[in-house]
Write a new protein. Sequence first.
Length: 258
Amino acid sequence: MTEINKVIQNKIAIDKLNLFYGKFQALISVSMPVQEKMITALIGPSGCGKSTLLRSLNRMNDLIHGVKITGSVLLDEIDIYNSSLEVAELRKRVGMVFQRPNPFPLSIYENVVYGLRVAGIRNKKESDEIAEKSLRGAWLWDQVKDKLDHPALELPLDQQQRLVIARLLAVQPEVILMDEPCSALDPIATMKIEELMIELKKDYTIVIVTHNMQQASRVSDFTGYMLMGEMIEFNQTKNIFTNPSKKLTEDYISGKYG
């Protein structure tokens, strides 16, 4: 275990994680901690395993035929790959935000309370309160409070992404996974989402995959550099970007590789 593992309070601990798609090994003995109420970024060239690792944290890879996984992922010291763990409960605790906003073809309000409906919460007053709190948490309430009955798909892309985040907040997750959440957004919209991430880490643990190294350096507290399925280096973000310990990391950060 690294020195980082010893001094931080881990929300998630990944240990010797291997993942195979059939005969292809996508993750090779990956180990890293995820600190509670911090932002952890995963960087590296396309196809290096970043998104595969991210999806492993709420078992999204289970949906892919032929996947085999060894090693462990502990969430609050409980192995999420234990057969007794309810996957639906895990995905409530560890939610996902994808590259492109994916609001449902419903109203803004119905998008936010969708998870509550699934959970059997029908009380309108309770739903209204949670919807407002979630939209405020996603910095969207002021823009949509007078048009909650409007179609969500009419919102600008950055507001759609914040709506997706509000939908996630409504079910009270503990961890938010973000797979390149700004890749479809312009620079101004990207800045808004980055500011939101920094605000959200006061209450949530966040893991983000990004191809944008400047974004990783701006928003994250810890960064892992991945290459060909391996975790090459994991450290505090400032160390990764100013004083990497591995030449492979230095080459990537400086633009010599990837």
